[in-house]
Design a binder for this molecule. Structure first.
Ligand SMILES: Cc1cc2nc3c(=O)[nH]c(=O)nc-3n(C[C@H](O)[C@H](O)[C@H](O)COP(=O)(O)O)c2cc1C
Length: 408
């Protein structure tokens, strides 16, 4: 774990019930060697007085944008430029909304706009506020920015009595996310340096006739986010993708395919180069036995199409000699854990990433929750990556894969 020696951090505190936890976060940051300046919104001061943060940080707490004394010293623009990082913890729905729209109506939001330092946001709010489509839209907009990192929210019991997503992550977890941001700059950019990661993504399309096909709801978002994260960690990344509507991250070697058979063939032409194989694609299990060369006419009341099983690309890769480190995905609607572990064993994988699909989860979404399973000396290991943007999850997943790849 790296430290925050000499790092200049603005701890931005907004008006949520979790403010008291930020005092602990402040202590943890200082313990890691960071120099911390605290900025509070007016609402935050309703929960904890600035004096607490002033005493813990050894610096005056700033709140006012139009503060003549402060502007005579370190003005808001200087403060924004001084910071190596801004952490907003807790981040209220209100402040998230404002910064997602680029508003600058108080010191905190103005700093966010005036800085080029990375922004780590730890949302904290009632679960209904978190799940509200407006909050979700704002979060999505923010997390699409490369300098914005999300930590949480966590799931559990809430101060208001509700249960669900919206709790602020624990201070230790926020500290670790903060360290990760620096790790990424200083060290993580080389964790997979010299390694080749082969990734499959998106759906496959199985043609019935020249105008009709069978496919699935995979959007490719997770696979493309993993490709981006693997690239950021220094790897050479080869992506074999089914048809999707996502921009290919610059630097990724892309091979576009349509059907499961084409994906299988392409993967096998590339797999020898791979140190790590991550199979996120939702490959069609079956394809029509015959593809009609002409459009099937609407003459009969019933139409029977016979399907044949496609080859299992992941199983095939994991059974080759000198196989790469193989990571599979299991998208399940029920009994997720038991199906995932069964797949891990049956396909002889090094790791399986399970996620729940159906209703409002999984496919086509920008956020998800992942459960990772693998065996370490015959003992089953489990790690939950809590509900977050796919970009965030991809970064955490690549980190876990790189740890386990090194040990394998
Ligand atoms: C007791 C109490 C607790 C609150 N807790 C939260 C919270 O956890 N998260 C949140 O987004 N808003 C919460 N609010 C509402 C915010 O304080 C309110 O939206 C405020 O305008 C936020 O301002 P700020 O973002 O400038 O700090 C709470 C309000 C009250 C009265």
């Amino acid at each position: 774990m790296s430290t925050l020696n000499n790092k200049k951090i603005i701890l931005a505190v907004t008006g949520g019930i979790a403010v008291y936890k930020s005092a602990i976060l402040l202590r943890l940051l200082i313990k890691q060697g960071a120099e911390v300046r605290v900025v509070m919104t007016e609402s935050a001061k309703e929960f904890v007085t600035p004096l607490t943060f002033q005493a813990l940080s050894g610096n005056v707490v700033r709140s006012e944008l139009f503060d003549q004394d402060a502007e005579a010293g370190m003005g808001h623009i200087e403060l924004a430029q001084w910071a190596d990082q801004i952490i907003i913890a807790p981040a209220t729905a209100n402040t998230i909304a404002k910064i997602s729209y680029g508003m600058a109506d108080n010191l905190l939001t103005t700093l966010c706009l005036a800085t080029r330092a990375p922004l780590l946001i730890a949302p904290a709010m009632n679960q209904k506020m978190w799940h509200h489509p407006t909050t979700q839209k704002n979060i999505k907009k923010l997390s699409a920015q490369s300098s914005v990192f999300l930590c949480g929210p966590a799931q559990g019991e809430q101060a208001c009595g509700d249960t669900g997503f919206g709790r602020m992550e624990e201070p230790q977890t926020i500290l670790e996310s903060c360290l990760d941001c620096w790790c990424e700059d200083n060290q993580q950019s080389v964790v997979l340096k010299g390694k080749t990661v082969l990734i499959t993504a998106g759906p496959t399309i199985e043609d019935i006739d020249p105008v009709r096909y069978i496919s699935n709801r995979s959007s490719g978002k997770m696979g493309y986010a993993i490709a981006r994260a693997a690239l950021d960690s220094g790897a050479r990344v080869i992506l074999v993708s089914g048809p999707v509507h996502i921009e290919v991250p610059q630097g990724v070697e892309i091979h576009q395919v349509r059907s499961a058979q084409k994906m299988h063939k392409k993967v096998f032409s590339l797999v020898e180069q791979a140190d790590i194989f991550i199979a996120t694609a939702a490959v069609a299990d079956y394809r029509p036995i015959t593809k009609n060369h002409e459009k099937i006419k609407k003459t009969n009341d019933r139409l029977n199409i016979e399907f044949v099983k496609n080859l299992d690309i992941l199983s095939a890769v994991s059974s080759i000699e000198n196989k790469p480190f193989c990571v599979g995905f299991a998208a399940e609607t029920n009994q997720m854990k038991s199906y995932a572990i069964d797949k891990l064993k049956r396909k002889n994988l090094d790791m399986i990433v399970a996620n729940q699909v159906g209703d409002d989860k999984g496919f086509e979404k920008d956020d998800n929750e992942l459960s990772l399973y693998w065996f370490k000396e015959n003992d089953l290991q489990e790690k939950i990556l809590p509900f977050s943007s796919k970009k965030n999850l991809a970064r955490q997943l690549i980190k876990e894969i790189s740890f386990n790849f090194k040990d394998s």
